[in-house]
Design a binder for this molecule. Structure first.
Ligand SMILES: Nc1ncnc2c1ncn2[C@@H]1O[C@H](COP(=O)(O)OP(=O)(O)OP(=O)(O)O)[C@@H](O)[C@H]1O
Ligand SMILES: [Mg+2]
Length: 246
């Protein structure tokens, strides 16, 4: 897959611009961390890139086509959207078994039953939860539910994986499992991963590159090592030290 490029993105609510990205490039098979204060526009960015949000302006060069995000119809967007795995900040489970929850995306795509069985089994094993297939989804622990939300999108083998604070409410043990799973995905799948996180240590451990979003702008981005050890902008320096007031 080619690089994913975003240009001239602008998202506004009731006339107020909350996100403006002149240019952002995401290279194939890398993990990107998106960090920044609450309300800075991180989730808005992921939603716009998942084609869930219709921005006022913006183009995305994805899967070999340039898409005008502001005029994209549902019919044109759907085939693209089906190649994007998006795990929202607050995923919801349907009141059925774990297997059914994970199979749902494939059923929408009309995949046959035998293929569904093997793809769901593979996705559950990838998130280390093969033993929960018959369990009711509502009875999963928070840490398990987050990994099932991940399995639910991995099952249809997306080219892009967008995760919005997937470990926000997890204990260190479940955070470690989640990170191990993501690393395994990066190594075994042909996929580019964007992860929004407030856990700076996690961004440092897990990602190849990081973006810092502040007041609806990408203020700084670069290799994770440079981002954390040699931040250039005063805003990122303040943010990393916990000095930022907002
Ligand atoms: N549907 C909406 N209608 C109006 N304003 C919105 C809407 N969605 C987001 N916003 C506003 O856009 C801004 C960015 O929100 P966003 O959810 O992207 O922040 P965030 O960086 O993900 O924050 P957090 O770290 O708290 O999740 C906020 O000021 C928010 O109130
Ligand atoms: Mg958010």
């Amino acid at each position: 897959m080619n690089k994913l490029k975003l240009s001239d993105l602008e998202v506004a609510y009731r006339g107020k611009t909350v996100l403006r990205v002149d240019k952002a490039v995401f290279e194939h098979r890398k993990i990107y961390g998106i960090v920044g204060p609450s309300g800075s526009g991180k989730s808005t960015l992921l939603r716009a890139m998942t084609l869930l949000e219709q921005p006022a302006a913006g183009r995305m060069d994805v899967f070999g086509t340039v898409v005008d995000l502001s005029s994209l119809t549902h019919a044109k967007g759907l085939p693209l959207q089906r190649r994007i795995g998006y795990v929202p900040q607050k995923p919801t489970m349907f009141d059925s078994t774990v297997f059914d929850n994970v199979a749902l995306g494939l059923r929408y795509r009309g995949t046959d039953r035998t293929a569904i069985r093997s793809l769901v089994t593979e996705a559950l094993e990838l998130v280390e939860l093969g033993h929960t297939a018959k369990q009711r989804a509502h009875t999963l622990s928070g840490g398990e539910a987050q990994r099932i939300a991940l399995a639910r999108v991995l099952v249809y083998q997306p080219d892009l994986l967008f995760l919005d604070e997937p470990t926000a409410n997890l204990d260190p043990y479940h955070i470690a499992i989640f990170e191990r799973v993501l690393k395994a995905i990066q190594q075994t799948r042909d996929i580019t991963i964007l992860i929004v996180t407030h856990n700076l240590q996690q961004a440092r451990r897990l990602t190849d590159e990081c973006l810092f979003i502040h007041k609806g702008r990408i203020v700084e981005n670069g290799s994770t090592e440079a981002f954390f050890t040699r931040p250039k902008s005063p805003e990122l320096q303040d943010f990393l030290c916990g000095r930022m007031i907002y």
